[in-house]
Write a protein that binds this ligand. Structure first.
Ligand code: FMN
Length: 180
């Protein structure tokens, strides 16, 4: 990116069965905008197959299912627990396995997940899996993935988590611009 000629660009791709990760993604977007980024926020079913060359940062976020990114079976289980059926069709795991940067290298990557309070201490969650998968495709993470807490499977997010997400977005934006 040439900071002298254009504003930095970020794409935020999220998966969300009950809406909590979607809220976090929107808060992260807001933080990135405060840091001076132009942003696009897309739900996983609308995510592009090829990443634009002028993308500076890709942020991915998803719910933790069975200590990892969701799979078709876990999304089906979420539907059984009340999530909209159309949200079960696409997952971040499959998108990360197929997406590739356009010629000339990829953007920096950052990942987050949502997880329930009761298992907050477990090291295995969706964010670290997303970083590993993206790394296989040549996308290097800017820092460690971050987990945001929900009260139970359907939510809600714990108090203060959206503010934390916005602050994380601002911080990501600042770190990303220092690297270019
Ligand atoms: C099938 C299934 C498995 C889950 N497994 C875990 C888990 O291993 N660890 C965890 O912290 N939360 C787990 N959860 C809770 C989800 O993390 C929670 O539903 C999610 O963060 C809510 O985000 P969303 O509203 O964006 O879907 C699971 C939820 C479902 C439906």
């Amino acid at each position: 990116m040439n900071a002298m000629t254009r504003r930095p660009r970020a794409l935020i791709v999220y998966e969300s069965m009950f809406g909590n990760t979607e809220h976090v993604a929107a808060a992260v977007e807001s933080g990135l905008q405060q840091a001076g980024f132009d942003t696009d926020l897309v739900e996983i079913s609308s995510a592009p197959a090829v990443l634009d060359t002028d993308l500076d940062l890709l942020v991915v976020g998803g719910p933790t299912h069975a200590f990892s990114l969701s799979r078709a079976q876990t999304r089906a289980e979420a539907v059984r627990q009340g999530a909209p059926a159309e949200r079960a069709e696409h997952g971040l795991r499959d998108w990360l396995a197929s997406v590739h940067p356009d010629d000339g290298g990829g953007p920096a990557l950052a990942a987050f997940d949502t997880r329930v309070t009761k298992v907050r201490w477990l090291p295995k969650a969706a964010g670290p899996t997303a970083v590993r998968l993206a790394h296989k495709h040549g996308l290097a993470a800017l820092g460690k993935p971050v987990g945001f807490l929900v009260d139970d499977v359907q939510g809600p997010l714990l108090e203060g988590e959206l503010d934390r997400a916005t602050a994380w977005g601002r911080q990501l934006g600042a770190v990303c611009q220092q690297k270019v």
